[in-house]
Design a protein around this ligand. Sequence first.
Ligand code: PMP
Length: 359
Amino acid sequence: MKWKEQLLSLAPYKPGRPIESVKKEYGLEKVVKLASNENPFGTSPKVVAALQSALSSFAIYPDGYATTLRTAVAEFLKMDEEQLIFGNGADNLIQIISRAFLEPGKNTVMASPSFSQYKHNAIIDGAEIREIPLIDGEHDLDAMLEAIDENTAVVWVCSPNNPTGVYITKEKITSFLNKVPKETVVVIDDAYHDYVVADDFYDAVEFVNEYNNLIVLRTFSKIYGIASLRVGYGVAHQDIIRVLEPAREPFNVNTLGQIAAVAALNDQGYVNECRRKNREGMAQFEQFCAEHQLHYFPSQANFILIDFGTSGDEVFQYLLQKGYIVRSGNALGYTTSVRVTVGSEEENNGVIDAMKQYL
Ligand code: PMP
């Protein structure tokens, strides 16, 4: 195995405590997971219906080209089918991009803290990692530009950023894209873009026709509510897709995932409703923070990073035994914070009550 020493030093990625293990440990009947930014309103009933009618045989491999899903996404985005690549979640696409473009001798630029998988995969592929600290939860795009040199293969931009939820404005991102050298691939990770309601946001896919070095990543795991089925996709110029495709495992998107993603895409009413409820839920947390003078980053995503001024691990453990799984900031580069996924109104009230008890 390549770079064995680096791999041995790399902790396996553990996204959050499983509900069943928390129930067992604390003898709780009900445990709410607000740790991985999933959709608290679940899966659209239309998606569930589409899946039920597909439950007959599993003997045939999935469509490796994701033909029906590809057509649906291409029509939805008004892009060519050849400008798309599908993945077993956006995680898989991060892996594919890393595998295709990163190697020893190359470097990769990313914000810090940001989504862990950019760095994780860059370590596996042996590239030098250049992490640029966030400023007030936001990417320092000027410093990221300065870090780029002739050996920079990929620069990662996460907007809204995980774990802060802070987004980049249209003006800033276009100015950035104009300045990145054409030889460097820019990845805009759009995992949470469906939640954004800010006026000065942008549709990153629209930039793909203008910037041949851009890949936009999207996922069906968040607002589309099918995280367990693992579907994500990338949008880019055909020349980039051609480089990525050989690094993709042939049957990487399972059949049920493909069926569910088409149905989810066709139910935009559900998506709009979830976006609206998410903003209402976010307001509950913002009010709680204001009442208790707790710092938080203004988030346009479906999670909020709240600073308790004590150990994030301690707050995490306290909430755990109350039946709420959140993410400790210790694992996310914010040691005095926890990141909480916005849940249903009832879930939000419950976790806010527990946080009040902690205070
Ligand atoms: N990018 C970001 C910024 C994320 O937060 C996540 C999920 N945690 C992903 C990508 C991966 O999503 P998926 O479920 O599609 O693999």
